[in-house]
Ligand binder design. Structure first.
Ligand code: ZN
Length: 499
């Protein structure tokens, strides 16, 4: 195990109460831990949340004001980008930083030996939640972000009509200590493990996880066969819908009894389909192209990748590895990150079907996902966001103000990037960047300057699994900093303040 889950859970426990689940709610938390030769491991970025906006709300956000996706893993990655910006600002003014100028003078690299490790309290939604297993563990492996636990994965009854699997699934690692008497697909009270203790005032420090399976090697190729319900095993389904209409129709017709492993999916949700891809697919993309994104790759050109991914809950090592690495077949894809399952992690706000659930019996039953999200990074402030609007908590729903925007929304990321380009010494900027012109360039066109990153992205989107990747309409990234944040003179003044 590369990450001590307690580091992330303790950091979450220390954050303010606002934005955390209320009684009867659950959430997912994800954190990124920095390993460095010069200091003890520490959490540098954290996100919690379970929501994303419907496609219509995303399309209407033409000024980059809202967070479209507030799932925990996506929040942690956004927080990491803010942390990296903070480190770049520090480097620009000569302060100690984890980023250092590159030898060729163009841009920065993270210092030698620095690694980023992700821990999530639950398996990423989408492909990593599609698990075949012989026991109840599989049912608990799903993340249902919109549907109540009543609709949890159902035990499949073997049927002669089930389609044959192309190949048997790799065996999932055995689950340690399954919860006592918690059959899958029962009503919430029956499906929930008995409440073992009253709620702690703060999340208990995670008990040292039981020995996790060794870091796994990727299989030769990612399985894309329906998981074999006909073998009499349960198939934990994901509420995330396949992007392919044919696969989606097939799963709908099977009423969730057979999920297809390995396919790209949009995030779970009732009603209108969202245009946000599942966390499993996004993790695969970050692995392929770099977790820093296009904008930051202009200043940190070397692709940053997660050195390891650890999931809590009833995750499957095989599904996790397949979801985030084995499906990536691009020429420039690196070796798979190490993956691990954290057993026995006690997260106070875990989904009730998880064995680590510790709510009292009085709070079981009608549990629902918490609609609020938290985003925090080392050196910054903690921000609570309403996942249903993508704006900061407390924002007036009827009248929008720029003050309601979260610091990680595209509009504010762009302003901060423009400030950075002015603050960074000119000789460290790539030649294609004109710091003074940044404020009048669209968000999309600035991202387009990152040619190496765009090439990796193109390769990724042309690979068979991800060919039907759903994106937000282009109008969502057509705004400029000047359009949405005011005149560039303000940017220059702010940049001078940084220096
Ligand atoms: Zn997710």
């Amino acid at each position: 195990m590369e990450v001590a889950p307690s580091l992330v859970l303790d950091q979450y426990a220390q954050l303010p109460r606002t934005g955390k689940p209320q009684p009867g709610e659950w959430t997912v938390v994800a954190g990124i831990v920095l390993h460095s030769p010069s200091e003890a491991p520490r959490v540098v970025a954290l996100g919690s949340g379970t929501k994303c906006l419907p496609a219509a709300a995303v399309a209407a956000d033409t000024r980059g004001s809202r967070l479209h996706d507030t799932h925990a893993e996506v929040g942690a990655r956004r927080a990491l980008r803010l942390f990296l910006m903070d480190q770049l600002e520090r480097a620009a003014r000569g302060a100690p930083s984890i980023v250092v100028p590159r030898a060729d003078g163009r841009g920065y690299d993270v210092a030698a030996g620095v690694e980023f490790h992700l821990f999530s309290s639950a398996p990423p939604c989408g492909d990593a939640a599609v698990v075949a297993s012989a026991g109840p563990a599989a049912a608990a492996a799903q993340i249902e972000c919109e549907r109540p636990p009543t609709h949890a994965a159902k035990r499949h009854k073997p049927s002669a009509a089930s389609p044959p699997a192309a190949s048997p699934p790799a065996a999932s690692p055995p689950a340690a200590s399954p919860p006592a008497a918690s059959p899958p697909a029962a009503s919430p009270p029956a499906a929930s493990p008995p409440a073992a203790s009253p709620p702690a005032a703060s999340p208990p420090a995670a008990s040292p996880p039981a020995a996790s399976p060794p870091a796994a090697s990727p299989p030769a190729n990612g399985s894309t066969a329906p998981l074999p319900a006909e073998q009499g095993k349960e198939c934990a389904q994901t509420g995330a819908r396949p992007v392919s209409p044919r696969a989606a129709e097939g799963e709908a017709a099977a009423r969730g009894r057979a999920c297809v492993a390995g396919v790209a999916r949009t995030k779970p949700g009732r009603g209108e389909r969202t245009c946000c891809m599942s966390c499993s697919d996004k993790l695969a993309r970050w692995h392929a192209v770099g977790v820093q994104g296009a904008l930051l790759s202009l200043l940190i050109p070397t692709p940053l990748r997660l050195a390891s991914v650890t999931a809590g809950g009833r995750a499957s090592l095989d599904a996790l590895l397949r979801a985030i690495a084995s499906r990536v077949t691009t020429p420039s894809a690196p070796a798979a990150p190490r993956v691990a399952i954290a057993r026995g992690v006690a997260f106070e706000y875990a989904q009730p079907s998880y064995p680590s659930h510790r709510r009292p019996a009085s709070q079981e039953g009608d549990t629902r996902p918490c609609s609020n999200a938290l985003l925090w990074y080392s050196g910054g402030t903690c921000e609570a966001v309403n996942g249903l609007t993508g704006l900061r908590m407390g924002a007036n729903k009827r009248s929008f103000s720029p003050k309601h925007r979260a610091q990680a929304c595209k509009a504010l990321l762009l302003r901060r990037f423009c400030k950075l380009c002015i603050a960074v010494p000119k000789h460290h900027l790539p030649p294609e960047i004109s710091a003074e012109a940044m404020s009048r360039s669209s968000y999309a066109s600035i991202k387009g300057l990152a040619t190496a990153y765009q090439q990796r992205k193109l390769e990724f989107l042309q690979s068979s699994v991800f060919r039907e990747w759903v994106i937000a309409p282009p109008v969502c990234e057509a705004f400029t900093d000047e359009d949405v944040n005011g005149p560039p003179s303000e940017v220059q003044e702010a940049a001078r303040a940084i220096v």
